[in-house]
Ligand binder design. Structure first.
Ligand SMILES: NC(=O)c1ccc[n+]([C@@H]2O[C@H](COP(=O)([O-])OP(=O)(O)OC[C@H]3O[C@@H](n4cnc5c(N)ncnc54)[C@H](O)[C@@H]3O)[C@@H](O)[C@H]2O)c1
Length: 444
């Protein structure tokens, strides 16, 4: 690959060349800014690869927890944190001055349905304050095409240094799948792009020490887009099966059986499953970054994304209507009914409740007068319509006290056959009871 170093240049005094050497020798100190679901596993991966690391996290509680060797991320164990070799943690952005490589892993939410890059801006500003020649800055946060070049680059260049010449700038989207186990940082191919070829090569040389396969794109825009394509693909397909689930009910077709049959096709098909909606920091948000960007730049929104949002966002209300119907069929109104929700996190096997459709369903049930409680092996406590609820044990006494159990998250480790046997009525919004033929089960 081209290195874009001018011929005749004295490499020993070229700061980016020195950085390349330090990355190769594992002497470069790598700072991760934002130690959440993305940043903490990345820092652990870099530590395991042999780099001295520095975690800078705005939340002092998280910093305290890591300094005491405790993890707060489902995929990272306490012992993984306690045995980190050369990691330091700080809540002080000034600590970034000590880093050679800076990875920005801060949230990119929607605020009032509009991309909110304020945390990316703030992180870039704190990097700019201590930027010196020969550093590498990589944005990992998910965002719309153009962010690295149009938002991050100018902020970093307020330092008086030039991206691509004095310091290197790259983009690499994270692809973690929290709570699922199979695909971790090291065995998931990593997409990497640099502002220049030299920026890209520096970023690739670092990631190649942490992941097995690095894939490059020719500019950050394609890498930014790749991440949004991946998540839009999921968002649209989930909306499709949600819409089909609503249709199938009207057609008196068991959608779960139909989708399982379709999933046996060995080519040209990928299974997606209906549910109470979408949540988390990705599927519920990222596609809107793309559609917003299209609107801002081109004057039109992306129809598929907007429609998928509409379908997915209506699912909690649809699920509540179906629960109400199921209760009606056994002669009960929602008001005063004791409902146990199984799962408040947005997906199975994690504690993450951001944008969780389970919470939306529970709020709506409560607003209609139901007495809502929940069980979630990953979440001890949630706030619901001004009240604090604590997870109830999932045992015979709890089930005997409920009029209806609503499965909203397909958490592993729950015996759904046992649950169906003991509960008086089960509304299954996740298909976990497929194949269990019982009169007290109603499926989405
Ligand atoms: N969670 C996922 O599954 C996932 C997967 C792929 C990509 N992403 C993307 O990665 C990015 C981060 O997501 P996440 O899930 O890790 O978020 P998170 O909320 O779990 O973690 C982000 C952390 O950044 C901290 N932070 C915010 N501003 C800061 C600053 N200026 N300095 C230091 N720390 C700061 C927050 O306190 C928080 O702890 C987002 O763009 C998200 O879309 C997330």
């Amino acid at each position: 690959m081209s290195t874009e170093i001018p011929s005749g240049a004295d490499l020993s005094i070229d700061p980016l060349h020195r950085l390349a050497e330090r990355i190769r020798a594992k002497e470069a100190r790598v700072a991760v800014i934002g130690l959440g679901y993305v940043g903490l596993p990345l820092l652990v991966g870099l530590d395991h690869a042999g780099y001295p690391t520095l975690g800078v996290e705005a939340d002092p509680e998280k910093v305290g927890s890591l300094q005491e060797g405790r993890s707060y991320i489902v995929d990272i164990t306490d012992s993984e944190v306690a045995t980190l070799d050369r990691a330091e943690f700080s809540a002080d952005p000034d600590a970034l001055a000590r880093a050679d490589v800076l990875l920005i892993c801060v949230p990119t939410p929607l605020t009032d349905h509009v991309p909110d890059l304020s945390m990316v801006r703030r992180a870039a500003e704190s990097v700019a304050r201590s930027l010196t020649p020969g550093k590498l800055v990589i944005l990992e946060s998910t965002t719309y095409p153009g962010t690295t070049e149009e938002i991050v680059r100018p902020i970093l260049e307020t330092s008086g240094l030039v991206a691509g010449d004095d310091f290197a700038l790259a983009y690499s989207p994270e692809r973690i799948d929290p709570g699922q186990g199979a695909w971790r940082l090291e065995n998931t191919p990593k997409v990497v792009a640099g502002l220049t070829e030299r920026c890209r090569d520096l970023a690739v040389s670092l990631y190649a020490e942490v992941v097995r396969e690095v894939v490059t794109t020719s500019s950050p825009r394609e890498a930014e887009m790749a991440k949004l394509v991946e998540n839009t693909f999921r968002q649209v397909n989930i909306a499709l099966v949600n819409e089909l689930a609503i249709l199938a009910k009207e057609l008196e077709v068991d959608i779960w059986e139909a989708l399982q049959a379709a999933a046996t096709k060995p080519f040209g098909y990928m299974p997606f499953w209906p549910g109470p909606g979408v949540g988390g920091h990705c599927i519920a948000i990222d596609p809107s970054y793309l559609s917003w960007r299209a609107g801002q730049q081109l004057g039109y929104r992306i129809g598929f994304i907007e429609h998928a949002n509409e379908v997915n966002n209506r699912m909690p209300s649809y699920v509540v209507a179906r629960i109400s119907e199921a209760l009606n069929d056994v002669g009960r109104p929602i008001r005063g009914t004791r409902v146990l929700a199984i799962g408040v996190s947005y997906k199975a096997g994690v504690d993450d409740q951001r944008e969780s459709p389970s919470l939306a369903v529970m709020q709506k049930l409560k607003a209609k007068g139901a007495e809502v409680s929940y069980h979630d092996p990953y979440v001890a406590e949630v706030a619901l319509n001004g009240d604090t609820l604590r997870s109830l044990p999932l045992d015979e006494a709890t089930l005997a006290a409920m009029d209806c159990v609503v499965v909203l998250t397909a958490h592993p480790g729950i015996d759904y056959r046992w649950l169906v046997r003991l509960a008086s009525l089960v509304f299954d919004a996740r298909g976990v009871t497929s194949g269990i033929d019982a009169p007290n089960v109603v499926r989405l």
